[in-house]
Design a protein around this ligand. Structure first.
Ligand SMILES: CC(C)(COP(=O)(O)OP(=O)(O)OC[C@H]1O[C@@H](n2cnc3c(N)ncnc32)[C@H](O[C@H]2O[C@H](COP(=O)(O)OP(=O)(O)OP(=O)(O)O)[C@@H](O)[C@H]2O)[C@@H]1O)[C@@H](O)C(=O)NCCC(=O)NCCS
Ligand SMILES: Nc1ncnc2[nH]cnc12
Length: 292
């Protein structure tokens, strides 16, 4: 032990991954101006959500993310037992979220995405590059959770049937293509172009929105709403992104259209949080953790 380690608090891998997950959720919620979503300016297209609730929900999920990471560390392999541990902890996390928010669904999709990614990261800390972590999360998501209630009546399941699209489950099972192929490359491009961190993150959100079948948007605003979201996001990026004047004007137009349709891209918001999580994770373990 040296003078530095003596004054530093002990940090476990589970603590660190839960910190990253909660930070990603809070950074996503705070990022502004996001079209249709809760941000620092207000409630977006929602009546029952606000920024304080998003923060309270994110903080309440810390123990669940830690528990999912620890389960992965203890099991040490992608198998049925780990899948069912993660499913059980995720469902308990959902209950805690609903308790803290008095029944409002703030982060259902985020528990799923960040829970799988936290477990996937904890499984092998020697390979924390985003594609590898996403691939491990996909392999876990592909396993059947025998304890999961079979209802098929979630909003996501309803619109997936109606429109023949893939929702949150398939996004994870495919290795988070919206994050790996759209958001992270856009984040890097916008940073390299000098956009500034907040604009680069907004551009990453828009990159997700250009392609995603966001079941929240489909449920509230149908295919017309989804088309509006995707084409509006494409227009902003084609005009130079959120750091450009033309891009900002088009972002305002997109927000106006989303609010008119009552459309909220909650799925895209969750995947932005997943993007921010993987972006930080790839810088590796902090010194306090040492080699695991
Ligand atoms: C496999 C599950 C993710 C369940 O998926 P399913 O599609 O069956 O269920 P939904 O209840 O619809 O939840 C999916 C949530 O995922 C987000 N999402 C949407 N589209 C996508 C997409 N294409 N890719 C990735 N993620 C996506 C989205 O979450 C966000 O939106 C929520 C807020 O939306 P809001 O507009 O308020 O909608 P509602 O409150 O539902 O209604 P209205 O207000 O419109 O009336 C917010 O939560 C964001 O996070 C979707 O909501 C998995 O969750 C599962 O299996 N759950 C069962 C329990 C379990 O076993 N959990 C363990 C998992 S580790
Ligand atoms: N900022 C946000 N606004 C609305 N729904 C969300 N789901 C996840 N993040 C969200």
């Amino acid at each position: 032990m040296n003078a530095l380690t003596a004054i530093q608090p002990q940090l476990s891998l589970g603590d660190w991954l839960a910190d990253l997950a909660v930070d990603a959720l809070i950074d996503e919620a705070d990022l502004s101006p996001k079209p249709g979503l809760v941000d620092r300016r207000g409630k977006g297209a929602h009546t029952d959500l606000h920024l304080g609730l998003m923060h309270a929900s994110a903080l309440a999920l810390w123990p669940s993310f830690k528990a999912m990471a620890e389960a992965a560390q203890q099991r040490g392999a992608i198998d049925q037992a780990l899948r069912e541990d993660v499913g059980r902890i995720g469902r308990e996390g959902e209950q805690e979220m609903l308790r803290v928010t008095s029944g409002v669904n703030t982060h259902r999709g985020a528990i799923w995405a960040l829970g799988l990614l936290s477990a996937a990261a904890a499984l092998d800390t020697s390979t924390l590059a985003p594609p590898q972590v996403a691939l491990r999360a996909a392999r876990l998501a592909l396993l059947n959770d025998r304890a999961a209630p079979v209802t098929g009546d979630s909003h996501g399941a309803q619109v997936c049937r109606l429109y023949g699209v893939h929702g949150a489950r398939e996004e994870a099972q495919l290795g988070f293509p919206a994050v790996i192929q759209q958001a992270l490359p856009q984040l890097a491009r916008s940073r390299a172009a000098g956009a500034g961190e907040q604009n680069a993150r907004l551009d990453a959100l828009l990159a997700i929105m250009t392609q995603l079948a966001d079941t929240c948007v489909l449920y509230r605003a149908g295919m017309a709403g989804l088309t509006c979201m995707q084409s509006g996001a494409r227009a902003v990026l084609a005009a130079g992104g959120c750091a450009s004047l033309d891009g900002r004007r088009l972002l305002r137009d997109l927000e106006r259209d989303m609010l008119r349709l009552r459309a909220s891209p909650g799925g895209a918001a969750d995947l932005l949080a997943a993007t921010l999580f993987l972006d930080r994770l790839q810088h590796g373990l902090p010194a306090q953790l040492g080699s695991l």
